[in-house]
Write a protein that binds this ligand. Structure first.
Ligand SMILES: C[S@@+](CC[C@H](N)C(=O)[O-])C[C@H]1O[C@@H](n2cnc3c(N)ncnc32)[C@H](O)[C@@H]1O
Length: 177
């Protein structure tokens, strides 16, 4: 049973992930088809490190429009993903009809303990989101692998200029193609 402060914290967290999802998903088509591929090299590097292969059960936290899952599935993995943006999850489902894809928060993963052999998150777990790492650890099998990436500072990793340009030119559409 939760006390009042727990309830307030839960309400805030609920609000936050939905707000983040609305922001990330407001130009979902642009993200999915013009932008998401920029991280392909990162996906390849992470896949090697966490052992994506036939039969590996992998979860992508903050999976966006599901490009990484599409590639992981092509390599034989059994795929699952979660993201806060409904419009991105809709595209991810189109791309990955066999994947277990959920709209929700990476801070409260809707999977049992030890469900996955590997967990990844590509530029999705930000500073201050340490609680999401505890969840990643919970849903991993003992000895499972976690692969994370995030942008760095300086050329070529600092993508803030890219994001600003993207935001300036992004369409206002919210519905996936
Ligand atoms: C930089 S994008 C990365 C998306 C995808 N991993 C990629 O590489 O294209 C960050 C993603 O985090 C998602 N996100 C933000 N907060 C979240 C939360 N609390 N739970 C789940 N997803 C979240 C956003 O909706 C967005 O899709």
């Amino acid at each position: 049973m939760s006390n009042i402060s727990d309830t307030t914290a839960d309400a805030d967290r609920e609000h936050d992930w939905r707000e983040a999802g609305d922001a990330w998903g407001h130009a979902a088509n642009d993200w999915a088809y013009l932008y998401e591929h920029y991280a392909l090299d990162v996906m390849v590097a992470i896949f090697q490190q966490i052992g994506i292969a036939d039969g590996v059960r992998v979860l992508d936290m903050a999976c966006g429009s599901g490009l990484a899952l599409r590639h992981a599935e092509a390599m034989g993995a059994t795929t699952a993903g979660i993201d806060a943006a409904a419009t991105l999850v809709e595209i991810a489902r189109d791309r990955n009809p066999d994947a277990d894809l959920r709209l929700g928060s990476m801070f409260e993963l809707p999977w049992e303990d030890g469900t996955f052999d590997a967990v990844m998150s590509i530029n999705g777990i930000w500073g201050g989101c340490e609680a999401a790492l505890a969840e990643a650890n919970r849903v991993l099998q003992p000895g499972g692998m976690i692969g994370l990436s995030f942008w760095g500072t300086g050329t070529p990793n600092d993508l803030r200029g890219c994001f600003k340009a993207f935001a300036r030119h992004a369409s206002r559409s919210t519905s996936p193609a």
